[in-house]
Design a protein around this ligand. Sequence first.
Ligand SMILES: [Zn+2]
Length: 358
Amino acid sequence: MGKTLQIGPLSVPAGGKAFGYLPVTTLASGAELGVPVHVVAGDEPGPGLALVVGLHGHEYSAINILREVLQSVDPARLRGHLIMVPMANPVAFEYGSKSTWIDGLYGGPGDLNRSWPGSPDGWLTERLAHAMAHEVFPHIDVVIDFHGEALGARNRNYYGYVLKTTAEAMSNERLEELAVNFGMEVLIERHVEPGPGSMTSFAFSQGVYVIGAEISDFYGLELPEGGRSLPGVRTLTETGVTGVENTMKLLGMIEGEPELPAVQARLRGMAGVGPRHGGLLIPAYSPADLGRLFPSGTALGTVISANSFEQLDVLRMPYERGMLVMVKGDLPFVHVNPGAGDFGSYVADAEGMVWIRR
Ligand SMILES: [Zn+2]
């Protein structure tokens, strides 16, 4: 039997499940602010796996993945333990925003994925990070970091990161194995240094492995021999649940062989293609085009003035050949800002792309 887990105010005996909140603070209104957490403690001791949704509060679709995992996981057949945070930034979620609105109002940036390791008496966002850094991270070996705007919102992303780091305690081979095994069809390399800032940087400084998933519905890779790698849509929830189960299988937490797609594409980098001028973006492609390849110069979208309706900008594929990995989904147009971060689309560099087939 495993021993009792103590996570914040929760005492979870081996073989048990629990739900509660990591205390953060009391808001001016008197409302208690806490980070919600589900814990599933296996009968047998083993690795700790955390699932984190909502470092960005508007990226909440992956909550459905956690719902399904919580229903299906059986503590009696689990080695180790699962810690699930369905909404890491409840304040941003309240406003449907990426970052903490209160911190933005008074001057702090409020991005919970730039606030680690946090502080017990700092900005609200730093307190949220601190609660997770102190109550969750000491108990885990791997964390899955779910991103991707909610379905029905502006952006549809589909890719997993192959994370690389110079952190001494980490193995880049293991990071790659975890990324491929999670099982998203699109895999993009990204270097992250250990230290303060993102949750991934903090995790690497603690020797904790990270799987990063930018996730939405997906219609398959465009194959070099023609056609797509999937017969229809692969849903966000199925992709995520399969990825969590694949990870638990790799870590020895549950029995079974990982279920991997027939084709994965590993790409070496990506870029946002953003407008020089804000206005209304008329996207040239839809979420069904994620995973498709386009030559240099392909028009990915047009920006028009919301006032005069004149054309202000055409967004074009910057790579010799690139894969569409984020698109703004809705016609007739989507509001865009010229500032960093509000890109018209994301594209991955297809030069030197490696196909993984099985
Ligand atoms: Zn995000």
